[in-house]
Write a protein that binds this ligand. Structure first.
Ligand code: AP5
Length: 215
């Protein structure tokens, strides 16, 4: 089950990747999570990536490719993986193809979540995350039991710096210019599986499984 979850910011890639992990045990590989962790820990990578992420811009391809490829080589990816937020540019997709080829692997499908822009903005502006364990909530759609606090560890929830309205606009523009062309790239390879990202997370997940022939 070697999957890519493709879709604009707020499309629900992370939400669906977690469901795949729960049911099939395939790891969620989120380059955004890896980078945010590096920023929190103040590593060299974090210092380089932090300002770009906060501004809603992409981190350079060479940086992201090497961390994604390194992660894919870990043992827990042997039976599959769900890439969330990677690849994001054509050069990243080409580098992924080459890395998988080297390991004798290939992608099974690219799930492309389709969500209209006004819904993306609504989802992103209401998102709150736990800085400690990474749990993701939404103030209306998925509120925590105790307002403003993580259900799992009780930490105070935060809004991602890049979820502020002006950064969201920049991220959507970056998506349209640099990531949307991946749809045609994967369609040419016969891997693209468009799925509506509207409705309940459970309903969308059921559609994804149907598309993959695993319902
Ligand atoms: P990243 O962390 O990858 O962010 P993103 O792609 O912008 O995606 P999001 O995390 O915003 O959205 P999502 O689709 O995962 O939605 P979610 O499930 O959370 O990247 C951040 C930054 O890191 C980039 O801007 C860039 O700087 C850098 N970066 C990362 N990867 C890179 C790469 N490959 N190359 C270069 N730079 C890179 O859901 C969103 C909200 O909606 C949540 O609150 C959720 O609860 C709610 N929700 C989800 N599904 C539903 C539903 N069906 N109905 C109602 N609410 C829902």
């Amino acid at each position: 089950m070697n999957l890519v979850l493709l879709g604009p910011p707020g499309a629900g890639k992370g939400t669906q990747a977690k469901k795949l992990l729960e049911e099939f045990g395939i790891p969620q590989i989120s380059t955004g999570d890896i980078l945010r962790d590096a920023v929190r820990r103040g590593t060299e990578l974090g210092k380089k990536a932090g300002p770009l992420m906060a501004a809603g811009k992409l981190v350079p391809d060479d940086v992201v490719v090497s961390l994604a490829v390194e992660r894919l080589r870990q043992r827990d990816c042997a039976r599959g993986f769900a890439l969330d937020g990677f690849p994001r540019t054509i050069p990243q997709a080409e580098a992924l193809d080459a890395a998988l080829r080297q390991e004798g692997k290939k992608l099974e499908a690219v799930i492309s979540l389709q969500v209209p822009e006004e819904t993306l903005v609504e989802r992103i502006s209401g998102r709150r995350s736990c800085p400690k364990d990474g749990s993701v909530y939404h103030v209306y759609q998925k509120p925590p039991r105790r307002p403003g606090h993580c259900d799992l560890c009780g930490s105070e929830l935060v809004q991602r710096e890049d979820d502020k309205p002006d950064r969201v606009r920049e991220r959507l523009a970056v998506y349209a210019a640099q990531t949307a062309p991946l749809e045609a790239y994967y369609a040419r390879q016969g891997l693209l599986r468009p799925v509506s990202g509207m409705g309940s997370p459970e309903g969308i997940y059921a559609e994804i499984k149907k598309t993959l022939g695993r319902s």
